[in-house]
Design a protein around this ligand. Structure first.
Ligand code: GLC
Length: 553
């Protein structure tokens, strides 16, 4: 950990103010040339992340997996999938990141395993009532012959949440619970063996030197006792972002797991951190995940889901600072990830599309790319001026839009299959990155293969093109990240300013931050000097969909 501080003073831990860059390994960089990104690919491109100016990376899952949900279906939590390389490749990547002063967080998927996990295979063989089945949520079906599922819950990916198994004697038997795909059976987190296994998995990666974990589905691991029927309200966000009292989201006992893990991480040096993926209806509830003895961070999904509206954005920022502040946790900020429509497209949608039902060739009104990009740049400019920790998703620093024209035959997201093509799902935000405009697969690899097709127009977003262009989104991100670091914007507090109903405006020290979300240019105060702007403009008024950092004499 050459350049990393080992111990921080209480309250100044790195994760309180870090900018954390999400790498989606299958789409970042592909050293093997098979069309799927890998760990050696990541290692080979670490310099570009150092140059960008981020503090840490979070890697989506690269563990052994049949890839039914792009690695979020783990068959062996202690090994690397051959698609991505080997444990030695991981160690090398980790060491190389640390040498560059970049911390590394890995994804942990504790709600469910793959159906190919040895425990699930044992559970199938062992039969009803066995300790092997007790590691998962097996139940007898309802109806005369158990032919009906144990309750009416609906999977996040569409269809029912239960799958019936065939018992050893060949007869239809019990059912098992899967919040997601049938290939992702849920663990039973009331089972002591499950708890012990995950303590050991945490230690496995902590011993290797990881700086923390992004915890998948951190609001879903505990289900309400008795598994009561539940019908979601129409059009509710399937991940739980819109509703109170869902029997499989946000159950109280889930917090005991994180209190346990908090203590385990505290045994290690270097401020190892837990960041929860918990989609909850309110910020008040979200803040429960980061009480002082639980997780260190949790994603601010209410912020991500906020439409491009000055009042709504101002309100969510205020409430975030307030609610996270009350429990002594940093607020986090995030605009994009591998599950939602990229914010360079999402912010120009006319109807809300928060949990990424996706955009595809047949979507009736597609977001305008130019408006989307202007808003995305302004939104990021605002975000990177906020106190707390910010998450970036690979490709947003290039201003990548959602890939909206992926032909059906390339789609891989289980959402697409489970809804019979009704929901496009998340493939559009997962397309491999463009590195070099003139290289095969835009430099993603040397062979030109790509597991999802890259749009031809992505040459203009390639990293080499943008590096050479002062006005590119990449150049803007670099300037923002360096100024954020220099000015210490990741910590401290902000002072709100009034710039009218169409603006979000606040001050950080002597820097004023102003974003124009309205329909008319917003005049700057007399004597204002623009330090940075999300797009260049002349005159003394901030254009529509633009943000600035400015000082006054
Ligand atoms: C999380 C992941 C998502 C995955 C799901 C099931 O929401 O971010 O990609 O499909 O969990 O593991």
């Amino acid at each position: 950990m050459a350049q990393l501080e080992q111990i921080a003073a209480p309250g100044s831990e790195w994760w309180r103010s870090a900018v954390i860059y999400q790498i989606y390994p299958r789409s970042f960089a592909d050293a093997s040339g098979d069309g799927i990104g890998d760990l050696p690919g990541i290692t080979s491109r670490l310099d570009s992340l150092r140059d960008l100016g981020i503090d840490a990376i979070w890697l989506s899952p690269f563990m052994t997996s049949p890839q039914k949900d792009a690695g979020y279906d783990v068959a062996d939590y202690r090994d690397v999938d051959p698609l991505f390389g080997t444990l030695a490749d991981f160690d090398e990547m980790l060491a190389e990141a640390h040498t560059r002063g970049i911390r590394v967080i890995v994804d942990l998927v504790p709600n469910h395993s793959s159906d190919q996990h040895v425990w699930f295979q044992e559970a199938l063989k062992a039969g009803p009532g066995s300790p092997e089945r007790a590691r998962y949520v097996f139940r007898d079906g309802k109806g005369k012959n158990g032919e009906l599922p144990p309750n009416n819950w609906e999977s996040v990916f569409g269809g029912g949440m239960w799958e019936r198994v065939v018992e050893a004697d060949g007869a239809p038997g019990q059912w098992y619970l899967h919040i997601f795909d049938p290939t992702q059976p849920d663990f039973d987190w009331t089972n002591e063996e499950v708890k012990e296994e995950f303590r050991s998995i945490l230690r496995f990666w902590l011993d290797r030197g990881v700086d923390g974990f992004r915890v998948d589905v951190a609001h879903g691991m505990v289900k309400e006792a008795g598994l009561p029927d539940y019908a979601p309200v129409a059009d509710a966000d399937s991940m739980g972002g819109g509703e109170e009292n869902v029997p499989y989201w946000g159950q109280n006992d889930v917090h005991d797991i994180y209190r346990d893990w908090h203590e385990l991480l505290a045994e290690y040096d270097g401020d190892r951190a837990l960041c929860g993926e918990a989609w909850l209806p309110t910020l008040k509830k979200t803040a429960l995940w980061v009480r002082p003895d639980e997780m260190h961070q949790t994603f601010n999904f209410p912020y991500l889901m906020t439409p491009w509206d000055a009042k709504a954005l101002g309100d969510v920022i205020r409430e975030s600072l307030d609610e996270f502040g009350k429990v002594g946790a940093p607020s986090t900020w995030v605009l994009s990830n591998h599950d939602v429509v990229r914010h360079a497209s999402r912010l120009a949608l006319t109807a809300d599309n928060p949990q990424g039902e996706g955009i595809g060739p047949e979507t009736p009104s597609k977001p305008d790319t130019k408006i989307g990009l202007a808003r995305a740049r302004a939104a990021t400019m605002l975000m990177l001026a906020l106190p707390g920790s910010a998450y970036l998703y690979q490709g947003e620093e290039l201003g990548l839009p959602e890939a909206m024209e992926i032909p059906d035959e390339f789609r891989q997201d289980p959402t697409w299959f489970r809804t019979n093509g009704e929901r496009y799902g998340r493939d559009g935000c997962r397309v491999p990155l463009p590195w070099e405009a003139d290289a095969p697969a835009f430099g993603f690899n040397g062979t030109g293969l790509s597991w999802l097709p890259q749009p031809a127009e992505w040459a203009t977003y390639a990293r080499d093109t943008e590096t050479a262009d002062e006005s590119s989104t990449l150049s803007l991100y670099k300037r923002l990240l360096s100024a954020r670091r220099e000015r210490g914007f990741g910590s401290g507090s902000l002072v709100w300013e009034d710039a009218g109903k169409d603006a979000v405006a606040f001050r950080r020290g002597d820097v004023h931050v102003l974003a124009n979300l309205g329909t008319k240019p917003l005049p700057l105060p007399a004597g204002a000097t623009v330090v940075l702007a999300s797009q260049s403009f002349t005159g003394a008024a901030v254009p529509v969909d633009t943000a600035v950092w400015y000082t006054t004499a």
